[in-house]
Design a protein around this ligand. Structure first.
Ligand SMILES: [Zn+2]
Length: 69
């Protein structure tokens, strides 16, 4: 099963897009936008910023594991 590790994060504050490599061993809860320097957090119910703002769901979701529990 192929897991996509590249995700394009879209900053909810300024709309800046940046391609990032997602960590496979942990969920990334905080992400500092490289453009506006705002620290963004996941939306309620999401485990990481990639699930909320990325183009691809995080590896844990792709594996259908329950992460962060
Ligand atoms: Zn931003």
């Amino acid at each position: 099963m192929k897991i996509e590790l590249k995700s394009t994060l879209s900053c909810p504050k300024c709309g800046h897009k940046k391609e990032e490599i997602m960590p496979t061993d942990a969920c990334q809860f905080f992400y500092e936008c490289t453009n506006c320097k705002k620290v963004i957090r996941p939306l309620e119910g999401d485990c990481c910023v990639y699930c909320s703002y990325g183009s691809v769901a995080c590896p844990s979701i792709q594996e259908k594991n329950d992460c962060c529990k």
